[in-house]
Design a binder for this molecule. Sequence first.
Ligand code: ADP
Ligand code: MG
Length: 678
Amino acid sequence: MKKELNLFTFHDLLQHYPFRHIDRTRLHAIRDLNPQSEFAQVSGNLISFEVVGQKSAKRLVAQLRDATGQLELTWFQGLSWVQKILQTGRPCLVYGRVSFFNGRPQMVHPELEWIDPDQPIIRNFLEPIYSTTEKLKAKGLGGKALGKLTRQLFTQIRPADLPENLSDALMQQEGLISRWAALQQIHFPADPSQFESAVKRIKFEELFVAQLRMNLLRLQRHRHSKGIVFDRVGDAFNSFYKEHLPFELTGAQKRVIKEIRTDMGTGRQMNRLLQGDVGSGKTMVAILVMLLAIDNDHQACLMAPTEILSRQHYDTIRPLLEKIGIKVALLTGSVKSAERKKILAGLLSGEISLLIGTHALIEEVVQFKKLGLAIIDEQHRFGVAQRAQLQKKGQQPPHVLVMTATPIPRTLAMTAYGDLDYSVIDEMPPGRQPIKTVHRFENKRIQVMEFIRSEIDKGRQVYIIFPLIEESAKLDYENLMKGYEQVKSWYPEPRYWISMVHGKQPADVKETNMRRFVEGDTQIMVSTTVIEVGVNVPNASVMMIESSEKFGLSQLHQLRGRVGRGSEQSYCILMTGAKLSTDARERMSIMTATNNGFEIAEKDLELRGPGDIEGTRQSGALNLKLANLLQDRDILFSAQAAAAELAERDPELADPAHMGLRLFLQQRVGPVRWSRIA
Ligand code: ADP
Ligand code: MG
C-alpha cells in the first residue's frame, strides 16, 4: 500500500481523503424518485435480469421492486461478472445516480449490496469511497476497504495525536472547526453540512500554511539581506522625466515605479518580479528605475536573453539617455576585443553608468565600479545559476528586478512567488488598435495567402510561425523546411524576400536573418518559436501561426504579441487542420475572443492546471491536496490575508497561541525546495 498510494504514516492515511461519500442515512422509496433525486439509496427485491442488445450495444438490465414501484438497473460493462453475482428474489440495497428514461427511473452501474432483511438497513453515516489502485483492489484494499482501515485508525488515536495548528482566534474569525474534528468528519461525516465544514477547514489550512511559509520566507529575506539604500530622486531621473519622456506614463507604470522606488529605499535588498503583458511598457519602467540607481551613484545593468533583444534595448535606450549625458554601453558575445576592453575599463572606472547585454555581462571578467541594480528581461530564459552570478557583482548585492511577460494570474503569482515581492503592470498604453485574431482551416489557405500578399504589398511585414515540439523535433523540422519552400513559392524573389530562423542554425546565421527582418530588408519571417521572446518590429502587421492547435494558449498569446506594435491594424491568423480536439477548439475560441494576457492565463490555468504554466512549476511544492487555486478563490483570499497578517504580527510565531502552528511547520512541512529568484 505504501508504494502504491504513497501512504507511509498514519497521517498519510488520514490525508488520503475520500473522493466521495455514499449517503447511507436515507432510504428512498422508488415512487418518490424524481429527476431531481441525483444519488439515491433504494432497497428492494431483484425480480429479473437479462442481457439485451447486440455486440457493443450489449447490456445487462435488471428490475428491482420495492413496495412502491419498480426501478431499472443497467450495466454496460463487466456483464459476465455482474451476471454471476445477481440472484433474483434476494433482497438488496442499491446506490447510484438516478436518471429517467421514458418517464421511468433507472440507475446505471449502481453499487449493489445483498442485505439481511432482519437487520436495519439505515446506517448513521455517509460511507467514504477512496481512490485506490487495481493492485490494492486485488489485495482487498478497494475503495471501501480503505475506509475500514481509517475507521479503525480513529479508534486508536485521540485528539492529542492530531494537535490543533490554528489559533483559536483564527478559527473563530474564519468560522473553522478543529483539526481533529475536520479529519474525522471528512472521512466519516455525520451529515453533509459537517462534511462541508471539514472540507472548508482543511482547504483553509492547506492554503494558509502554504501562504504563511511564503510570507515568512520573504520576511526573513527582508530582515537578513542588507541592501543598498536608494533614497534620492536626483537630476537624472527628474530631467529625463520632465524633459525627455516620449509619452505620458500609464497609471500602472507610475504605480509600479513607485513600488520599486519605495522598495529600493528601505535598506533591504530588492528581489522583485515585475509582470506585464507584452507591450505593456516594461522597458520604460526599467529605464526610469535604472535612472534612480544612477541618481544614487550606482551603476545599473539590463540583461536580455538574446543578442538581438539586447541590441534592441540598446538602440532604444542609448539615444534617450545620451540626451541627459548618461553613458550606455552594449556588451554581447559579438563585441570585438578592442571595444570590449574599452567597455570593461569604462565599467571599472564608473564612466559607463548603464550596461546592456546578454549573458556576456555576467562573465567573471565583467567588473563594475559600483553595481546597484540588475534588471533581467524575460525571466524564463534565464537559469537560477545565472541570477545568482549576477548577485555577486558588487560588494553589496545589487537590487534585482526580474521582468516577465509570461502572464500568471495574480492570485497564482502571489501563491507561487509569495516569497518574492511582486509588481504588475495591468494596463496597456493608450491608443493601441486591438489585434484582429481569426481562426482559419486549411481550406481557406488561398484566401489567407492572398490577404498576406496584400498586406506585404502595402509595405507591411509578416511572421509565419511553424511549431517545433521537442518530442517530434525531426518531423517538425522537416515541416518547417517544407513550409519555407511553400512560402517561397507563394511569394517569389525578387519581389519578396524571406528570412528564416530556427534553433538549429548557427548563431550568426540566425542573427543575420533576424537583423534583415528587423531592418526591413525581408518582408517575411518564417520561424519557429525562437522568435517568441521580445522582438520588436512595429512594421509587422500579420502573425500567421501554422498548426496552431499544437501550441498552448500562453505561447499563442506571446506569439501574437509580436504584432500590433505600430499604429497600423494588425492581424493574427491561426491556421489549423480540420480535425480539432475539444481542447484545441476551446483554445482557438479563447484566442479569437480576447487579447488580454491575464484573461488568457486564467483560461490556460483552467485548461491545463497550475502545474504546467511557465514559471509556476513550483506550485507543486505548495502541497495542496484538497484546495484548488482556481476553484477555492474565496478561501484562498482569506487564507492569504490571514497569513500576511500573522506573518506581520508574529513572524517568529513566538506567541503561545501560535505554538501549534510552529510545531506543525517544523514537523510536517519539509524544507523549502523551490529556487528563489536570487
Ligand atoms: P514590453 O512590456 O512588452 O517590454 P515595451 O516596453 O517594449 O513593452 O513597450 C511596447 C511599446 O509601447 C513601445 O513601443 C513603447 O515605446 C510603447 N509605450 C510604452 N509605454 C507607453 C506609454 N505609457 N504610452 C505610449 N506608448 C508606450
Ligand atoms: Mg520587453
